[in-house]
Design a protein. Structure first.
Length: 558
């Protein structure tokens, strides 16, 4: 818990002095002498969904030429529950073509990222996003971020209700400062005096949260959102086909630092059940408890999971009850079976059809024989429903009439986008984070390495006559865990170029952390390590037993 005598971290000081997230961002944008903004402001733009980056592959050459790094910006668009209209998609696509190198990136949290935006184009991009009734505000930073929800509300009335609550949570928990409006949308400037009163942040206070905060809603049996990886989670409980409330989970988080045992991935605990009308009060109580007790001196120890481990789950739960005014009811039984997406056409409660497409690592860009930008644009131009972003970086074309299905299928085939038909579940369910060249924290490749690695894993599996359908592989370029590698059957976590820590035995439904089995391996060593294990798995698995579950039962537990 917070010790008042501890020194606040530098980021806390920046937030305090920022006048509700303004800092000198506006001035920095006007400075044409550099492609960067002031260092303190790089912390503040995160709250506006914008990260300053530079192309790491050009660093050495630019330094040799005595040039400043090739600065550019990543902007993350919030899409609560992953639902956007085709008009919105077309607007994002058009901005990507104009300013973002022709690419969009669907993230592991149902959001959309632009990469490579130049400082001079940032405002125009944000204004274009705003015109499509979307924003990047609070997509990053020490606040509640994009609220996730199992997509496709048309699967059942429970799915529709869950999305409704995701959108309410998203609205209620967005910060109130006018800084975003003022800086990016040329909104009215608020004077310091006004900002103290009209603009107070009733939920967050002037220094916001000690660290990022994430919420997900899951609908059993699908744990596609990986609810246990979130600071706060809601597991939908149904009776007679209707939502009756949620089991509440707290304290999940993936981030860790290599060789620092004080940091660790942690799965959330279920603390009880609440009816739907208590969801907002519970979320606010969890957030204010973290706001008041979270560690503001050491950012590596500032996530909610550490606040809970330091204070104890009972204390935390009682504090949330006290603040919300609601006592949790006992949790209700639930069962998750998978944390993957389900590909292909599904029929919805609306009597329309919905097609879940595999998008490799969520990267929407035209490549030789897979023209994702052009193909999805062509679909969006004739499609009357929505595009839904999944928590595994994929996309659902939602709301297609029976008669329009063939046309969509033909378009997807024409642009090379029907990969879900030909790839195996092993490949379809594998995930990698962005990593190099844009991520400033990457220690190894992830997204660019995943296809090669999966080919090699498939070859080793084939030797043991295993299709690998029950194996989830996730790779990240560093231990921060952006592709949630610590809940995968097989997790590779970047240590250095070409080298990874190998984690095995995660729960196939995201319900169990895997374990570190070997450190700092290159590809050959990883495959050599996996080969005999796959052999034993082939011989010893029970019917449909997922790799991580078998491994945990048969080997790791021993
Ligand atoms: Fe992440 C930081 C990308 C989901 C844990 N993450 C970053 C940054 C912004 C790097 C930075 O701080 O400079 C990465 C930008 C790379 C780039 O060039 O785009 C980045 N994170 C991503 C995305 C785009 C990965 C992807 O391949 O899709 C995901 C965007 C999600 C979104 O739309 O909001 C993404 N990040 C996650 C997740 C998964 C999740 O939330 O379900 C996690 C693990 C869960 C968690 O939060 O514990 C995650 N990202 C982190 C961390 C570690 C936080 C911690 O508690 O230690 C960092 C580093 C940090 O915050 O200091 C980080
Ligand atoms: Fe970057 Fe690490 Fe996140 Fe991958 S896991 S995107 S390398 S911060």
């Amino acid at each position: 818990m917070t010790d008042d005598k501890k020194k606040s971290s530098p980021v806390e000081k920046i937030k305090t002095a920022s006048e509700n997230l303004r800092g000198t961002i506006a001035e920095g944008l006007r400075d044409a002498a550099t492609g960067a903004i002031a260092e303190d402001d790089t912390q503040l733009t995160k709250f506006h969904g914008i990260y300053q980056q530079d192309d790491r592959e050009l660093r050495a050459e630019r330094a040799r030429q005595k040039l400043e790094p090739a600065y550019s910006f990543m902007a993350r668009v919030r899409v609560p529950g992953g639902r956007c209209t085709t008009e919105q998609w077309l607007a994002l696509d058009s901005l990507a073509q104009q300013y973002g190198g022709g690419a969009l990136r669907i993230t592991t949290r149902q959001a959309v990222q632009f990469h490579g935006l130049l400082k001079r184009d940032l405002k125009a991009t944000i204004q274009g996003i705003d015109r499509s009734l979307m924003d990047t505000f609070a997509a990053c930073g020490d606040v509640n971020r994009n609220v996730m929800c199992t997509p496709l509300a048309e699967q059942s009335p429970v799915h529709a209700s869950a999305l409704h609550w995701a959108q309410i949570l998203s609205d209620q928990l967005t910060p109130k400062t006018g800084a975003y409006n003022e800086i990016w949308l040329d909104g009215k400037k608020v004077t310091s005096q006004e900002s103290a009163t009209a603009e107070s942040e009733p939920l967050y206070g002037p220094t916001y949260l000690p660290r990022k905060f994430k919420i997900a809603i899951a609908i059993p049996p699908h744990n596609d959102v990986d609810v246990f990886a979130h600071d706060l989670g809601f597991i939908a409980i149904e009776r007679d086909g209707q939502l009756i409330g949620f089991n509440v989970t707290v304290g999940g988080g993936m981030g860790a630092t290599h060789n620092d045992p004080a940091t660790y991935p942690r799965l959330a605990d279920v603390i009880g059940f609440c009816p739907p009308d208590q969801v907002v009060a519970v979320a606010e109580a969890v957030i204010t408890t973290q706001r008041d007790f979270g560690d503001r001196s050491e950012r590596k120890h500032a996530r909610l999971k550490y606040t809970i481990d330091d204070g104890g789950l009972d204390w935390f739960s009682a504090e949330v009850s006290r603040r919300s005014g609601y006592k949790f009811q006992p949790s209700v039984e639930f069962k998750f079976t998978s944390n993957a997406d389900r590909f292909g056409w599904q029929h919805g409660t609306d009597d329309l059809w919905h097609l879940a497409l595999f998008v490799p690592s969520g990267r929407v860009v035209d490549r030789d024989n897979q023209r994702w930008s052009s193909g999805l644009r062509a679909v969006a131009e004739i499609h009357e429903g929505d595009f839904l972003l999944t928590p595994n970086q994929n996309l659902i074309i939602s709301g297609v009439s029976a008669t329009a299905r063939e046309r969509i299928d033909n378009l997807l085939a024409e642009y090379g986008l029907d990969l879900w038909k030909e790839l195996t579940p092993l490949r379809l369910n594998a995930m990698a984070c962005v990593a190099l060249p844009t991520c400033g924290l990457a220690m190894a490749e992830a997204e660019r390495y995943l296809p090669d690695f999966m080919d090699r894993v498939a070859a080793v599996l084939a030797r043991h006559k295993l299709p690998g359908d029950d194996i989830t592989v996730r790779i990240t370029g560093c231990p921060n865990g952006c592709a949630r590698p610590y809940v995968a059957d097989i997790g590779l976590v970047g240590k250095a170029p070409g080298r990874y820590n190998l984690f095995l035995g995660g729960g196939h439904a995201g319900q169990r952390l895997n374990r570190l089995v070997k450190e700092n391996l290159d590809e050959n060593a990883i495959l050599e390590h996996l080969d005999p294990i796959f052999g034993r798995y082939a011989a010893g698995r029970q019917d449909n037993e997922a790799f991580g579950d078998w491994l945990n039962r048969a080997e790791l537990a021993a």
